[in-house]
Design a protein around this ligand. Sequence first.
Ligand code: BTN
Length: 324
Amino acid sequence: MILEDKKAGIIRSLRDAGEKAVSGEELGKTIGTSRTMVWKYVKMLQDEGYVIESSPGTGYVLRSIPDKLYAEIIRIGLDTDVIGHEIHYFDEVDSTNNVAKEMGHNAPEGTIVISEIQTSGRGRKGHQWVSPYGGIWLSIILKPTISPRHASRMTLVAGIAVVNAMKKLGVTASLKWPNDVLVKGKKICGILTEMDAEPEHIDFVVVGIGINANINPDAMNEELRKTSTSLSIELGKRIDRADFVQSILYELEQEYTKLSTQSFSFILEEWMSKSDTIGRRVRVITPQKTIEGNVTGITADGALVLEKGDGTSEEIIAGQCIYL
Ligand code: BTN
């Protein structure tokens, strides 16, 4: 059992016991270690911000868990087979996607990198992604056996997972092509998928998910306030970020599994049913040109299908989409 699992085991036991004290001996039996080692783990947890009371003769009582995305907190109650089984936690990094890309080749599939703060969070097209404390800045390393041509499917799958997880929280979100998650027309989450691939083979994909979770309007600049929202703004209360990360990882695993077990047309249908881009009149800006038209769907490669006024239609693989 690795250190994180031992710590997770102690927290789980104490949490399940509620107000009742659990002895060091009992905790030791649960995680397979001695009372002295339990005491050492408890000390580590206290240093990380867990409030654990100990009284000689009775044992330990957990009073509170810190509002952090520590690996052991995410691990408790994580209901996945692959995603999130290796978790790399940081207080601060430049970008979780950068860290994940460095690890990609050697890390097992499903490894996640998560940080409280990103100092150089990246959005699409080199845009800055503002990443203060309170958000969820997460990258997942996946090794799908799909063609690099279909890599954008990973973004679609991640978008579906985020919308599903938000629904469980009571927030109705929709997908805007290619990679935005919106609530009432404002951006709440962005997804940045990057890959390392040979012409015919994907070595690994990093799916970067940025969620404005417990971000207050005063942490946003004026521009962001107009165009963005957060889960705490929408719900009027702070969310349990660790619970929500577990939920996203669970939903992502469900959708990711479908990539290899179902026809992609089902996933496309699911994406379209959650999207508010279909049926809209849009302007799409690509490096080559700007086109306007009505969106009739997306293709199996994730391209947007635009019906132009002259009766012809065009597929756009990437670009900035503006609703008209
Ligand atoms: C976008 O909408 O432009 C995509 C934003 C993606 C942000 C996430 S936060 C976690 C990961 N690390 C990054 O630097 N970017 C992604």
